[in-house]
Design a protein around this ligand. Structure first.
Ligand code: IMP
Length: 197
């Protein structure tokens, strides 16, 4: 069966294809938006991860008629009452860079002893018109300085629990074995494999 992944984010596409490798996802072929010739901008105007994931998956499902999934993720920082959360991409303003987001975050947490945070991913799957959600979460701490060069987004400032290096200091295999996206996608693959859909 073919499943479309409704994202044009090249970091995510490579993470997803590494996670959903043929070894653990035998019966499905993942297609990108490029593969199906979908090039429209999708406005993510929801106020929750669930809403944004569904907007993306449903838009592509309706346009293509193909089963489809999309993810939406964010970094939730305890001392900031869960910010930046669903607004993680645009935290430092429209069209801001990852470095600007990290700078803003570290600035807001200056002298803040509570560094606890988590990444959360919601995957929305639209399968034959039915909607299914899968959640993945990873807890950790925000460092005081960025470190590492791999990955993207807040990876240089996020130290997952049980480690003393940031996501950006890990290899992609290491990050992808524990990440929020991995955990949500594992639930989706289990669901698809169990239900043989
Ligand atoms: P998206 O909505 O899933 O594209 O994620 C929104 C924003 O959250 C991204 O632009 C990143 O800033 C941040 N983010 C999501 N996942 C990750 C991750 O695995 N590492 C670092 N930052 C992430």
């Amino acid at each position: 069966m073919e499943l479309v992944f409704a994202s044009n984010n090249k970091h995510k596409l490579s993470e997803i294809s590494e996670i959903l490798n043929p070894g653990n996802f035998k019966n499905y072929k993942i297609k990108s938006l490029h593969d199906i010739g979908f090039y429209d901008e999708i406005e993510e105007n929801g106020t929750t991860l669930e809403q944004n994931a569904l907007i993306k998956a449903m838009t592509v499902y309706k346009a293509s008629g193909q089963n489809c999934f999309a993810d939406d993720s964010g970094l939730f920082v305890n001392a900031l009452n869960g910010r930046p959360g669903v607004y993680s991409a645009r935290y430092a303003g429209k069209n801001c860079t990852f470095a600007q987001n990290n700078e803003k975050l570290l600035g807001e947490l200056k002298n803040e002893p509570n560094r606890k945070a988590f990444f959360k991913t919601i995957v929305a799957l639209v399968l034959n018109g039915e909607i299914h959600y899968f959640e993945g979460k990873i807890e950790g701490n925000i460092s005081t300085l960025p470190s590492g060069t791999t990955g993207f987004g807040y990876d240089p400032v996020f130290i997952p629990d049980g480690f003393n290096i940031s996501f950006a200091q890990m290899t992609s295999e290491q990050k992808n074995s524990i990440s929020h996206r991995r955990r949500a996608l594992n639930k989706m693959t289990e669901f698809l494999n169990q239900n043989k859909v």
